[in-house]
Structures are given as structure tokens and as C-alpha cells.
Design a protein around this ligand. Sequence first.
Ligand SMILES: *Cc1c(COP(=O)(O)O)cnc(C)c1O
Length: 400
Amino acid sequence: MTKQTPRENGPFADLASAGTEPALLTPGPLTTSMRTKESMLRDWGSWDDDFKAISKEIRIRLVDMCDGGEDYDCALMQGSGSFSVEAMLSSFIPKNGSKTLLLMNGAYGQRSKKTMDYLDRDYVELDKGDYLPPMPNEVADILDSDPAISHVVLVHCETSSGILNPLKEISDVVVAKGRKLLVDSMSAFGAVPLSVKDIPFEAMVSSANKCIEGVPGFGFIVAKKSALEAAKGNSHSLALDVHDQWAHMNKTGQWRFTPPTHTVVAFLEALYQHEEEGNVEGRHGRYLNNRQVLVKGMRELGFETLLEDRWLSPIITTFFCPAHKNFDFATFYAEIKKEGYIIYPGKLTVVDSFRVGNIGQLFEEDMNGVLAAMKKACVSMGVDDCSPPAEALEQRKLQA
Ligand SMILES: *Cc1c(COP(=O)(O)O)cnc(C)c1O
């Protein structure tokens, strides 16, 4: 590997030449506001009262965002979102005497399963494949047939296909059957309404760089106070022990180990902007409009979505690659990037696909911009028909 001169040849070259950066149509890290970026231009002592007040304010706001009131509290956890998922699973699922039902329909459900294997926790799974939703009646049947199941884990928005899983309906079943619900709402929290008044989860996890529009570096767990108390001694890991982190923050106002100070400060700035936009409702409105403009425009170009409309999330959408012999994803990606947009490869195992996210500081004009860039890319590749192969549409029929 040869060393590059960053600003001239390296990853910053586009900044130097164009004075701009591409819009990230990805599910995080995502495009953040200038205000959020600028908030990182100072250094903080992690033990100082000013920084402690910022951590405290963040925790209060996150509990408020899901109507947690006095019964819920929040712990912050260093690392990417997966660190917080692992922290949640290990801290809230006891080593002995527990059995977990993992509801899986994509890469993030698979990751939770892998994590459970590392943690050596007992589980059963309902694996719906790439993109079919786990249904409430299926969950009810499994819970009825296996009284030993104590916990249920569900991914809210499965970012790998973009499906918005039926969280409320599944929560109703889990509550009715007296089990505990753990939610990975990583890519939905802050933009899809989630209130403990109708979804009384045991714990929920999300991270800084998704719908709150912060930068990467930490995640957070909102959980019942009773569950946080009871989590003592469960975790296999010192660094990922949610109970210990939470108890320490309550006692000292500090993180146990070095916090990502700049990320934390940027996150509070992002939370202020989230409130100014109209909280969850306001953010949901913008994202949903982005998604609608995008999907309508893509369909006009001849592309098809993987999912039936009823399962589309306001977060990210999977499109089938065109069947046309001239279509090549790498070229398509590069052509679109030249126009200032970064899209996301697909994660399906059965048919070729790609994904377009619409979260972050993106607006209707960005959606129209990426649509124009895709149209141009197809023309330059000589693709005059963007419809998918017939077997792709057969796949979609399975969701009916
Ligand atoms: C982003 C995401 C995660 C965490 O991924 P990291 O790369 O570790 O931040 C977990 N679950 C879902 C559903 C996600 O979208």
C-alpha cells in the first residue's frame, strides 16, 4: 500500500475539488447537518460537569422520546450499534433459566443469532428468510407451544431489506403471553413512533448515527428500571455490562470508560434539531415524503421494489436490479456517485438488488437529484428497460 497525500489524491479529493461532499443515501452513517458537524469543533473533559450535563440531558431526552416516564431509564454505550445490541442481549437475558425466541428476517436478525451463539444463551428461532415478516400468529403459536421461552427479540426495521416489521402486533402477543420483549430499533427509533404506552418493551436499543442524525460512536439502551436493576451480574463482558454502565452513570454522572466526547456533544445538538423539526412526528413526515418521492420516481423509471407497499419503511428501500443485459451495478454506482450521491448495495441472497436510504439530512430535492442521476446512469449504460427478472417478481408474490 502506498501512502497518498490526503487532500489531493485521497478520500478528501472530492472535497478539495468540488468544495462539497456526496449525499449519503445509506442507513447510517448518514449525511448530518452543518450545525451537528460544527458542534464537534471543541474538546471536552469527560469528567467535567459541563460534559456530565450533556450526557444527562441526552438520557432524559431519549426516555422522553418513547414516553418512558418514571418507569424507564437510559444507558449510553460506547461503540457502534452492534456493541449495544450485544450489551442488551447479554445484560437482559440471564445466562441460566432463560430461553429466547429470535425473530429473524434479514442480516440484523442473523447478527443477533450470531451474538447469542457467542454469548452461549439458549434460543429458538423463527427465520423468515430475506424479507418476509414474522407474523403475530406465528409468534403466538411458538410461545404457546414452548412455555420455557422467557424473551422475544425483534428487529423493528430490518435494514437489510427495509421491511418495517409488525412490532405493535407482535408486542401485543408477547405481552398477552407474559414474556419479555427486546427490540432492535436501531434504524427506526426517532423516526418511527415507538411509545412504551402501547409497546411496553423490556429494553430497546438504537444508536447515534441513525434517525437522530448524529455521528457514529455510541449506542443507547432504553429499558425498564426494574430490568436495569435485575440485569446485575448477567453480562459476560465488563465493557458491555449495561447494568454497570447505568449504575455508574447514575452515581457519578460519568461514563465508566472514555466516552466518544465529540460524538456525544454532536448527538445532543442533533437531538435539539430533532425537536425543532417536530420530534418523531416531524422526522417521520420528512422521511416518509422522501420515500414516497423516491419510490414513485423509481417506478416511473421502470424499477420495482422488493417489498409490497404495506411493508415499506420510511427508512430505506430495496429495488431489484434490472434484468437488462447491459446493467452493471458497479458502473451504476460509480455513475451516480459522480453526480454526488452514494447508494447502497443489496443484501439479498436470491436475486440481485440495491438499496436507497432516505434518512439523514436529505430532502425532496435530494430524492429528485438521485432519480435524475439514476436515469442518466441507465442511459449511459445503454439500459432502456429497468424492469427486474421475472423470478424477482415471483419472490414478491410470497409476501401476499
Ligand atoms: C445499523 C444497524 C445495527 C448496528 O449496526 P452497526 O454497524 O454495528 O452500527 C443493528 N441493527 C440494525 C437493524 C441496524 O440498522
